[in-house]
Every structure is written in C-alpha cells, then in structure tokens.
Design a protein around this ligand. Structure first.
Ligand SMILES: [Fe+2]
Length: 378
C-alpha cells in the first residue's frame, strides 16, 4: 500500500483537538461508514459459519441484550490480583493504535475522565486474564452465536460521581460486545451499570465479587451507575469481536483503541468460499425494509453516494505507489481539494513544521474556503 496514506491517517487522527482541520471530520465519518459495512458483512458470515457448525442454542444474550455470570473462588481471587497489578494512569484520548476505531469526541473524553479512573495493563494482566476467559470460551460462543476474539481491553474504576454519562448506545459495529468483569461486584453501594434490556426493562446490575456482565453495548441503552456515596467500582473490560475461530489472547490497543476499523485485517484464516454474495444481497434487500423502521423520510435522496467510482479515469481503485494520484480531484470555483489534502498529507508524513503549517493554514485560508471544503465533503 499506500504506506503514506496509512501514515497520513495515523497522523491526523492523533492531532490535538485544536490542530484538527474541518475535513478531517469528513475523513473520520467516511471511514466509519465503510467500517460499518465491512463489519456487517464479516459479522454475518462469522455468525453463519458458527451456526452451520454447531447445534441450535437459544441465546439469552440475543433475547435480552445482556447476560451475567460468576467466576469460581480461584478465578475471583485471580481477578482481584489482576486488577491490583495494574497501575493508575491518566486518560489520554490520543492513546490508540493506528487502524483501531477510536472515540474522537472531546465531550465524551471529558465524560470518561470525569467518571472513571484508568489503569495500565500489567504483564500479570496479559499473562493471567486468559485463565479467566478460557473456561468461559464456549458459553461466550453460544451466547454470541459466533467464535470470538478479544478486540481490546480496558481497566478502569467508576468514581463516586453524582451524575454519569446519561443513557446511550456506543454506536460501534453491532456484533462487538462488552464483557465487564467486576472484581468487587456491582451494586448501588459500590457503583454499577444500568441498562435497558431488549424487552424495555431498566435494570441496575447487582452482582457479587468476581462476577461478569456481557452486553450488547450498541443495541441496549446503558450508562454507569454511581453516586457521591459510592466507593468506586473496579472493572476489567474485554471487548469481543466475531471471528471464525476463538482465541482468548488478550489484545490492548491503547486506552482509546476499541476494535480494528477493518475486520480480519490481521487474520491468517481463509474464508474458503464462505463469503456468499447472494446471501449478502438477499439480506440487504430485507434490510432496506427493516431500515424504514429506524430511518424515516418523505423525500427521495441519496444520503451517501460514492460517485467517484463512476468517474472515468479515476485511479482510486487501481494499484500504484503514488497516493496523490489516487485522491480524486474536485474542482468548484477554482477550489482544488486534491491540492489541499496533498499538502496536508505532505506535512503530516514528513512531520516537518506541521504545527507551523497549521498555524499558517488557519491564518491565511479564508472562512469561505473552509466552508466550501466542508460542503464538498458532506
Ligand atoms: Fe457506553
């Protein structure tokens, strides 16, 4: 590839808030749209693969949106030891690996800092957490209805605060699920998680020390439960993603790194003809009907058209080393976005005078110009 382009994305995604340019948000959104499509197809295939290779199972997770469980005495003690082996650190919103989905919004970063204390995963954490995951392997497969891998992990403690984030869904790929281990349990006294299950019932999770909660974080509304009287709720979070075989190896991709933007990026498994396009097509026809439930409109429009695909002479999908040739040229009233992105990439890749460039950029580019860039990328 396109190492330059990969590096460019990495650079702009790690810029401080004040250094971001308006069109960086468009790049993020487009990446998120493509990621959602790819995860949808991958998750569907992984699930189909699992179902075809296993006997029927009625998943409570799929029915209610969450399940809970309890570790045995030995693993409850180990869980506490694992949590205690990790040192408290300051939350850094720009700590995420390249190619990993990250939360870009400052207001959400502020909430995370206000509500949680964060911890750095220790060597003991990486070495011992698989011992806790291994006995849960099959239960988690059956409940998820897919083979799974660890996408990422986080260690945190919900602080005593009068107000949590408010009910929300996480907006991640739908098959990604959150698995919380509570070394000291979860309840109104210590702090907990509240969620609204798929039947519409609001539940405060009440669990003993050494318990776990697996929930559909992008399908069920949820929030942390805390109060000023709470003593703090330690949590070890493991994010699960679908795959074609299960692996309990612990992955950590930074405090704000969640799951790969593109599924199966680092997988040696071959699908071996398992990608059934007819099935995907049929499913999407059905899906269009289903989408009317959540996305209603009375005007006809194409919300997102990849029109560059049809442009004659376009190089986006061709192999090649010159990344600048692969960025579509858009001209309107003598505005050339290609040149602006090219300059932006050059600065980021070379890392020379990036800050100087951005200061000059903001000082000299008139507002109207920026507005037109935003409009073009919308
Ligand atoms: Fe959440």
């Amino acid at each position: 590839m396109k190492e330059d382009l990969k590096k460019y994305f990495d650079e702009i995604e790690h810029l401080q808030y004040s250094e971001r340019l308006p069109f960086h948000a468009s790049l993020f959104e487009n990446k998120a749209i493509i990621s959602k499509f790819l995860w949808d197809i991958h998750s569907h295939n992984a699930k189909k693969f699992y179902i075809n290779n296993n006997t029927k199972y009625n998943s409570k997770l799929e029915e209610y949106g969450y399940i809970t469980g309890k570790l045995d005495k030995k693993n409850t003690d180990l869980l506490m030891k694992i949590f205690n082996s990790c040192e408290k650190i300051k939350f850094d919103p720009f700590d995420f690996d390249s190619d990993y989905v990250y939360e870009p919004r400052k207001n959400l970063h502020d909430d995370m800092i206000r509500i949680n204390n964060y911890y750095k995963p220790s060597k003991f954490f990486f070495e011992n957490l698989p011992n806790i995951l291994n006995p849960l392997k099959q239960t988690l497969e059956q409940e998820n209805q897919f083979y799974w891998r660890v996408a990422s992990s986080r260690i945190f403690e919900v602080k005593p605060v009068s107000k949590a984030q408010g009910f929300h869904k996480d907006d991640q790929a739908l098959a990604i699920k959150k698995l919380f281990f509570y070394p000291k349990g979860a309840n109104r006294k210590i702090g907990s998680t509240i969620l609204i299950d798929k039947k519409g019932k609001e539940t405060i999770i009440e669990l003993e020390s050494g318990s776990w909660l697996l929930f559909e974080n992008s399908l069920c509304e949820h929030q942390a439960f805390s109060s000023e009287e709470c003593v703090g709720r330690p949590t070890i979070e493991i994010d699960l993603m679908p795959d074609f075989s299960t692996d309990t190896k612990i992955e950590y991709h930074g405090i704000n790194g969640w799951y790969p933007w593109i599924p199966m990026q680092e997988n040696s498994m071959e699908i071996k003809g398992g990608l059934d396009y007819k099935n995907v097509y049929d499913r999407n026809l059905k899906r269009i009907l289903g989408l009317c439930e959540i996305n209603k409109t009375d005007t006809y429009r194409f919300p997102c058209e990849f029109s560059d695909y049809y442009k004659e002479g376009n190089n986006v999908f061709k192999e090649g080393n010159n990344v600048f040739e692969e960025i579509n040229e858009v001209k309107e009233n003598n505005i050339n976005i290609k040149e602006d992105i090219k300059e932006d990439i050059n600065r980021a890749v070379e890392k020379n005078g990036l800050i100087t460039f951005l200061i000059v950029f903001f000082k000299t580019i008139p507002n109207i110009f920026l507005k037109k860039i935003i409009k073009k990328f919308k």
